[in-house]
Design a binder for this molecule. Structure first.
Ligand code: CAA
Length: 256
């Protein structure tokens, strides 16, 4: 497949989607969002892929939704087409997604990173939701996912003032899982993704599903859901293999 706005590569069970609109600092236009989804469709169908990484360039993960594309849209245009609904599909993926953020992750770029299961960032990363400076508000989940990630005080402050958050604060606030030197970010992210891809895909996907439940249901329901999934993995050969490998003091070879 010929991509115009992304690059896609596959190695060691990991799919790497690199946003590729350098002249627009990877601003998310409709074509890019569509191509990310097409790539994700392909990677989700392929059971040899155990983890997916979304990365940008060193200067910008993505500088937001494409302002030039949006500027002249009217309410009927965006309401009838449910503008940004395609972006929601990124968050609904079942395989683990890691965002590797270097440089700017602004507006829709920050929201794209927040749709991933966790974020690794470089020491030059800058996160912000500056939509208020454009007379709008975040429209791809920013007010919800940022609040869940960093709490009300920082989410309110960031969305209302458009302040940028740097890498150290992002790690302290729980927005990112780890910070790396920018030269090491991709290598470290791919190494983590490869580790995930070596595991049982069924168990990995159940872990993702179960953690995400914590945001939607009561603790009692979440615990019940987790317990049922835990019971069900005993029907999988990977559970037998994983535990047998421990007993035999050898690395496990997962197949499902
Ligand atoms: N949309 C469209 N084009 C963008 C863009 C965006 N979000 N961000 C940057 N670009 C373009 C610039 O227009 C410029 O193009 P030209 O060379 O054709 O003029 C090119 O990328 C390079 O940008 P700059 O010259 O501005 O680069 P800089 O290094 O001086 O500044 C920046 C970098 C601080 C990120 C600045 O580009 C900027 O502030 N960008 C906009 C950030 C923003 O407001 N993002 C939120 C968008 S709204 C959103 O995302 C909506 C939503 O949630 C629903």
């Amino acid at each position: 497949m010929q991509w115009n706005t992304i690059e896609l590569s596959i190695n060691k069970g990991v799919g790497l989607i690199t946003l590729n609109r350098p002249k627009a600092l990877n601003a998310l236009n409709s074509e890019l969002i569509n191509e990310v989804n097409l790539a994700l469709d392909q990677l989700e169908k392929d059971h040899s892929i155990g983890c997916i990484v979304i990365a940008g360039s060193e200067k910008a993960f993505a500088a937001g939704a494409d302002i030039k594309e949006m500027a002249d849209l009217s309410f009927p245009n965006i309401y009838l087409d449910d503008f940004f609904h395609l972006a929601d599909r990124i968050a609904m993926r079942r395989k683990p997604l890691i965002a590797a953020v270097s440089g700017y992750a602004l507006g829709g770029g920050c929201e794209l990173a927040l749709m991933c299961d966790f974020i690794y960032c470089a020491d030059n990363a800058k996160f912000a939701l500056p939509e208020v400076t454009l007379g709008v508000l975040p429209g791809i989940g920013g007010t919800q996912r940022l609040t869940l990630a960093v709490g009300k005080a920082k989410a309110m402050e960031m969305c209302l003032t458009a302040r940028q958050m740097g890498a150290a604060e992002a790690e302290q606030s729980g927005l990112v899982a780890q910070v790396f030197a920018k030269e090491e970010l991709l290598e470290q992210t791919l190494a983590a993704a490869e580790k995930i891809a070596e595991k049982s895909l069924t168990a990995v996907m159940m872990i993702k599903e179960s953690i995400n439940r914590a945001f939607e249901v009561s603790l009692a329901e979440g615990l019940r859901f987790e317990r049922r999934l835990f019971h069900s993995v005993f029907a999988c050969s990977d559970q037998k293999e994983g535990m047998q490998a421990f007993v035999e003091k050898r690395p496990a070879k997962f197949t499902q």
